[in-house]
Ligand binder design. Structure first.
Ligand SMILES: Nc1ncnc2c1ncn2[C@@H]1O[C@H](COP(=O)(O)OP(=O)(O)OP(=O)(O)O)[C@@H](O)[C@H]1O
Ligand SMILES: Nc1nc(=O)c2ncn([C@H]3C[C@H](O)[C@@H](CO)O3)c2[nH]1
Length: 341
């Protein structure tokens, strides 16, 4: 089991830092944090010693300078907690929707995301899990735009079509999977979370980001999406994500990782009919995509906030379905991770 803290070492100290630091006494802490991107560092500093090493994909090392930034930021945290003006603005920003954090669970096929999601759902009433809309993909309906018309009926199983003829259906699949993920991410949090006095978190099983940086990219690299389709996909994906802005932004990612062979065993054990033809080779490719995006950080990312996103990596290769001890360890790590976001 390991927590990925790689992203934490990416501390950038803007030249205007000292000016910002002086001004922060008179402005809101949230603004300061937005400018400096220090939120994660401040909070995570409470739970984990900061690593002193160079990371792949990052030229920035935590040095004494970075540590002094953290010390300054901690002082700012103290300052803000005794300044009434900061307190009131913080309170208003914390109202309702703005206070609900958003996190996605990412990982290979059959690694155990739904199983883990159920565990989270039962662990805390302040956490709400949104399942991946697989049943929508299995039941494409005719009728109105949302399939809500009483006369609508299932016309096809797009998941099956994509696995049976990926060359023909991959692009169509990615348009639909991305659209349905977007719809899921745009849904307002339930009242339970909005009214919560604790720390509400909305958790999504995968996201519009894994749609692009795992699956669509993989299909392109496999030749199942051609370069024209890939260019078109990327163009509308960027437009949608930019237009919806913070509504689809995430504050963190939980990455469940396991060896592809383990995922293959679980996939076979689950026996979803559409996945009968899935080969180990495909899971290995998806594993590489996850590692490139979330660990090595070598995937080219097009959204600034996503580049800096904190990632909690959990070793899902272990039995966590029934082992209470492992479940408790996972929940503790998730709680710490959430409170640091
Ligand atoms: N930690 C675990 N140990 C043993 N078996 C597990 C574990 N996690 C999940 N499983 C089993 O593996 C299978 C796949 O799990 P699950 O459906 O949760 O995967 P998933 O990641 O949500 O899949 P998908 O990528 O298709 O959405 C299920 O049969 C589940 O019971
Ligand atoms: N091609 C493709 N693109 C996606 O964005 C995507 N998201 C999930 N899946 C497949 C994995 C499981 O079989 C099943 C349920 O996760 O659906 C996808 N397949």
């Amino acid at each position: 089991m390991q927590i990925n803290v790689r992203n934490l070492v990416k501390v950038h100290i803007p030249a205007r830092m000292s000016v910002v630091f002086r001004c922060v006494l008179f402005s809101r802490l949230s603004t300061f944090k937005r400018i400096t991107g220090l939120t994660q560092v401040i909070r995570l500093g409470h739970i984990a010693p900061l690593p002193q090493r160079k990371t792949p994909g990052s030229s920035t090392v935590i040095t004494r300078a970075a540590n002094s930034v953290i010390t300054m930021a901690r002082r700012v945290d103290k300052i803000s907690s005794c300044c009434p003006r900061c307190l009131s603005s913080k309170a208003s920003a914390q109202d309702g929707k703005a206070r609900v954090k958003r996190v996605s669970i990412e990982g290979n096929i059959a690694v155990g995301k739904s199983t883990f999601a159920r565990l989270l759902q039962s662990a805390c009433p302040d956490w709400e899990v949104m399942a991946e809309p697989v049943s929508k993909w299995q039941n494409i309906e005719s009728g109105t735009s949302r399939g809500t018309d009483a006369s609508s009926q299932t016309v096809s199983n797009l998941l099956q079509m994509m696995y049976q003829d990926p060359l023909r259906w991959s692009y169509t699949f990615q348009t639909y999977s991305c659209m349905s993920r977007l719809r899921t991410q745009l849904q307002p949090p339930p009242a339970r979370l909005l009214n919560s006095e604790g720390s509400p978190v909305q958790v999504y099983e995968r996201s519009v980001y894994s749609d692009r940086y795992i699956f669509a990219l993989n299909m392109f690299e496999l030749g199942c999406i051609n370069s024209t389709e890939w260019a078109v996909y990327q163009d509308w994906h960027s437009l949608l994500v930019e237009q919806f802005g913070h509504q689809v932004e995430l504050e963190g990612i939980i990455y469940l990782s396991a060896p592809p062979k383990k995922c293959m065993e679980r996939l076979e054990q689950r026996g979803r009919p559409e996945e009968k033809g899935v080969k180990l080779d495909y899971l290995e490719k998806l594993h590489i995509q996850h590692e490139r995006w979330l660990i090595k950080k070598s995937t080219e990312i097009h959204f600034e906030k996503l580049k800096q996103i904190p990632v909690l990596q959990l070793d899902a290769g272990v039995e966590f379905q029934t082992d209470r001890e492992v479940q408790e360890q996972f929940i503790t790590m998730v709680k710490n991770f959430f409170s640091a976001l």
